[in-house]
Write a protein that binds this ligand. Structure first.
Ligand code: PLP
Length: 363
């Protein structure tokens, strides 16, 4: 017997989360390009919907997020009763892991995959298994090769954060077709609103007729990161199982309303996509023209690789940008110590970052 309460076996294996540096404290106000937030703020309709709840705070939310699910069903052409909403997709990922994983089970994610996956896997006391990538891109063959008799889930961000790379719909199909029917494939399409590649699918077509695939989405990257709204679309039996575990009022009233309004504001979503594509592709071209390398991105951020030269590595560039008032994301935690992730922001910020990095190390 232990002399104090013990957490479940997986919990203390979770590496403590290291947040990006905020740059606060040196008295200089900073532009934050470190969290992939919306470059155009939130939909004005979502802001109005959120405000409308300020004088009704004493009322419990409608527990199934019915209005939000209805809006999503209409906008995406899917069935409302196959959607589950959560307090951010973080909660959705935790719920899926808690529902399908336990001690002795394995779940696969990719080498540079989103850092929340090992947390939710270990949080369910299961074992994370890492599939290697090629060219900073998920490899279907490597994922399939990592499957064992213990495998219960696959977590794939598409496009992936922090690399920005994606698998096209044919590759997704090949992955889905290569899995045993008892393995749950989780396609995390957090950046779907930003993708411009024509051979991309957020995954709805793969979920529609399958029994072992879910698509996870979030409003965080399209303007509602502070509100916390995410959701998944999946088979009826998965929806039923997760709904048994889900807290009865897990999405707050204002988040449900803001999410529904944001989903319906498709003009804003399109404007966000257009703005982002313009500046993502501009910044990629600007930075690729010297000794820096940029991984081609479909998200609202780019991954920039620095030369292995004294004074010109990623930590040097990070500090130089910080001193100039721009906070970007260090990538050491992802095993990419000589790269930085830069979120797409205002035109002014993009022009400044391009100028600073192009001159960096050459003066
Ligand atoms: C940002 C992000 C999420 C989600 O976040 P929430 O804010 O919890 O909805 C999920 N997956 C990926 C790959 C992300 O980058």
């Amino acid at each position: 017997m232990s002399d104090r309460p013990q957490p479940q076996p997986g919990i203390l294996k979770i590496a403590p989360y290291v947040p990006g540096k905020s740059g606060a404290g040196d008295g200089v106000s900073k532009v934050k390009l470190s969290a992939n937030e919306s470059p155009l703020g939130a939909s004005p309709k979502a802001i109005a919907a959120y405000r409308a709840f300020a004088d009704r705070l004493e009322i419990y939310p409608e527990g199934t997020s019915a209005e939000l699910r209805q809006a999503l069903a209409e906008v995406h052409g899917i069935e409302a009763d196959r959607i589950v909403a959560g307090s951010g997709s973080d909660e959705v990922l935790h719920l899926l892991a808690q529902t399908y994983l336990g001690e002795g089970d394995e779940a696969i994610y990719c080498q540079y995959g989103f850092s929340v996956y090992p947390i939710v896997i270990q949080g369910a006391s299961a074992t994370p298994v890492v599939a290697p990538e090629a060219d900073y891109t998920a490899s279907v063959d490597a994922i399939l090769a990592a499957v064992t008799a213990q495998t219960r889930m696959i977590f794939l961000a598409n496009p992936n954060n922090p690399t920005g790379t994606y698998l096209n719909v044919a590759e997704l199909r090949r992955l889905q077709n290569g899995l045993r029917p008892d393995i749950l494939l989780v396609i995390d399409s957090a950046y779907a609103e930003y993708v411009t590649a024509e051979d991309y699918s957020a995954g709805m077509v793969l979920v529609r007729d399958s029994q072992n695939t879910v698509m996870v989405r979030t409003f965080s990257k399209m303007g509602l990161a502070g509100v916390r709204v995410g959701w998944f679309y999946g088979p009826d039996h998965v929806v039923d199982a997760v709904n048994r575990l889900r807290g009865p009022f897990n999405v707050n009233v204002a988040a449900q309303a803001a999410g529904a309004a944001a989903a319906r504001d498709t003009a804003f979503t399109q404007a966000l996509c257009d703005y982002n594509a313009k500046w993502r592709d501009w910044l990629t071209a600007e930075l690729s023209s010297n000794q820096l390398r940029v991984t081609p991105s479909q998200g609202n951020f780019i991954l920039v690789h620095f030369p292995d030269v004294d004074g010109q590595r990623a930590p040097d560039a990070f500090q130089m940008l910080m001193n100039a008032g721009y906070v970007v994301r260090e990538m050491g935690g992802y095993g990419l110590p000589n790269a930085l992730r830069i979120s797409i922001g205002s035109e002014e910020a993009m022009r400044a970052v391009a100028r600073l990095l192009k001159n960096f190390g050459t003066e």
